[in-house]
Design a protein around this ligand. Sequence first.
Ligand code: NAD
Length: 288
Amino acid sequence: MMAQIDGHTILIGLMATPIRHSMSPTMHNNAFAKLGLNYAYLAFEVGNDRLEKAIEAIRILDMRGSNISMPNKQKVIPYLDQLDKSAQLCDAVNTIVNDDGKLTGYTTDGIGFMKSLTDEGLDIRGKKMTLVGAGGAGTPIAIQAALDGVKEIALFNRDDSQWAQAEKNVKTINQETDCHATLHHLENQTELKEAIAASDIYVDATGCGMKPLEDVAVVNDPSWFHQDMIVFDTVYAPRETKLMRIAKQGVVKHVFNGLGMMLEQGAAAFKLWTGKDMPVAYIRQLLF
Ligand code: NAD
């Protein structure tokens, strides 16, 4: 079902490269049509080299906004007029809203993560989280969880190019929020095991479990998890990762993939552009 495009249709973009695989155009256009909103969402193959002109086009064409994905999430910041708090602390933007030529950058991935949990009736405010990964997914998850009232975050990262970002995330959280964050080397398995045992939620934001790492999981022993905790894998293709199978063996009650987060990050952007709630249940049923 697609809405009729006419002279009043409002354009929203997605600027990234590569981008042709993205599900966002299908998700948003079906949601606009379902609600009878006269918007159209199109993907544009834009890398760092043409980004400045593409952002200027948002103003010139009076577009309502855009999603921003790799490799533009940080590079876009100098071309915007202001950032919301979460985008500022993440130093990354995935959504732009154009209010009469004034462009505001947001990051909705962390909002999507938190909302996907409340959709399941789960509240992690005041609780302890163990999180692995500090990249495009791990950073907004950590920052939003801290902003929303998670009490403690034990952040683990391996000794790779993302370690500096992990250090930055921990520093930002401790300086800017009431959450207490600590940083640990993923290679220290004893610390990882102890942190998980003391946590209410374990989040994997590493990409382990999806191609080409479908046979890899950061935690391989089901006994490391306890029954009442949440195990959350940001991967959504495949729907069930090795980590999720291990957690289920360990009789963990609440085991999730990243599909709810993906849908809810889109829903948060949809709300910012249109002021309306995305029909998430309808989109989930339609696309997945
Ligand atoms: P990224 O490359 O920016 O960061 C990857 C992180 O994982 C880094 O911290 C890195 O140190 C760590 N890492 C990579 N390989 C590892 C390994 N073999 N063992 C341990 N740690 C490893 O990637 P990203 O953009 O953060 O994406 C990570 C995952 O999150 C991907 O699976 C992606 O599909 C998923 N994701 C999901 C959503 C969603 O809405 N559900 C949104 C964004 C990303």
